[in-house]
Design a protein around this ligand. Structure first.
Ligand code: CP
Length: 334
């Protein structure tokens, strides 16, 4: 049984097939690929785009979505094996995943890190628990990666450049300031998918402490070697932006300070100038700009950048609908 947990688990032709189906759904949005089928959407964290696009996507293909928030409108869940469940959790993932599998044809999960211990969070236990115990395909709606966002991003870039891959394009993944330490998921994903599609990727971040987890740096290096691209780390804003074709922005917390965010805060506060602004974009080769959203205007990117013709963030957000319909249809065998 095939899950959609990470793009790195999927062969490039299979990702290309999802993107081709997504392009067809963009042209012709209604279908019957999910007729009589259902998906359980489990949100451990808030969402605007993911929830809306999955629910409406299932509806547009003739299926039905059930939304659950464990710990809020559904019972809190235990994910550890062999524990005495005398805490908050009322039931175990072993029952939850198997019961939902009897009702629904697909299960999708959003579960951000707990932000206390990266060595624990990087194991992705909630998503892995569902994948281990479910008897239907499981979809990652953002945990420590965000593979649905990856495909929506690549679809938007394909639409902009008119080509299926990114070879020969300079792609800048830039850290930006945010008042809180955020998840590395989208940054891990951007690095993974941009190198997978052959881009020359520059990871621009304030200091070596902001480099991403070694697993994703290794994916990026391997993908670049396999697909004709490159991966470079830079802490210099000007040279990173020079000649860029794509600027993708995201904020994330520095992993060496994981769980000690009060210590990281004074460091991140020194780097507000990483904001994406018109001056930086002027150094590029008429680059497109994007972000996964939500985005704090004039913190991560200026109004001028967000409102410019270069910004394709809304196209990328729209594409979430199309790529997720392609993923759901593929996983139910349609
Ligand atoms: N980009 C994204 O996943 O948006 P939401 O958090 O609103 O779902």
């Amino acid at each position: 049984m095939k899950h959609f947990l990470n793009t790195q688990d999927w062969a490039r032709p299979d990702l290309d097939a999802l993107l081709e189906q997504a392009a067809r759904f963009k042209r012709d949005k209604l279908g019957d690929q999910l007729r009589g089928k259902s998906i359980a959407l489990l949100f451990f964290n808030p969402s605007l785009r993911t929830r809306t696009s999955f629910e409406l996507g299932a509806f547009q293909l003739g299926g039905h979505a059930v939304v659950l928030a464990p710990g809020k409108d559904a019972w809190p869940i235990e994910f550890e094996s062999g524990v005495v469940m005398d805490g908050e959790a009322e039931e175990h993932i072993a029952e939850v995943a198997r019961v939902l599998s009897r009702y629904a044809d697909l299960i999708a999960v959003r579960a951000f890190p707990k932000f206390q211990d990266w060595s624990v969070d990087r194991q992705d236990r909630v998503l892995r628990g569902f994948a281990r115990h479910a008897t239907v395909p499981v979809i990652n709606m953002e945990t420590i990666t965000h593979p649905c966002q990856e495909l929506a991003h690549i679809q938007a870039l394909q639409e902009h450049f008119g080509s299926t891959d990114l070879r020969g394009r300079k792609y800048v993944l830039t850290w930006t300031y945010h008042p809180k330490a955020l998840n590395t998921a989208v940054a891990n994903s951007a690095l993974t998918i941009a190198t997978r599609y052959g881009a020359d990727v520059t990871l621009l971040c304030p200091t070596p402490d902001y480099v991403l987890d070694e697993r994703y740096m290794e994916f990026g290096a391997r993908n670049a070697a396999d697909n004709g691209g490159s991966l470079t780390v830079s802490h210099d804003i000007a040279s990173a932006y020079d000649g860029a074709d794509v600027v993708y922005a995201k904020s994330w917390g520095a992993l060496p300070y994981f769980g000690r965010w009060d210590e990281e805060k004074p460091i991140r506060d020194q780097f507000r100038h990483f904001i994406v602004d018109s001056g930086k974009m002027a150094r590029t080769r008429d680059a497109v700009f994007s972000h996964c959203l939500p985005l704090r205007r004039n913190i991560k990117a200026t109004d001028a950048v967000m409102d410019s013709a270069a910004c394709i963030a809304i196209d990328e957000a729209e594409n979430r609908l199309h790529v997720q319909k392609a993923i759901m249809a593929a996983l139910v065998g349609q």
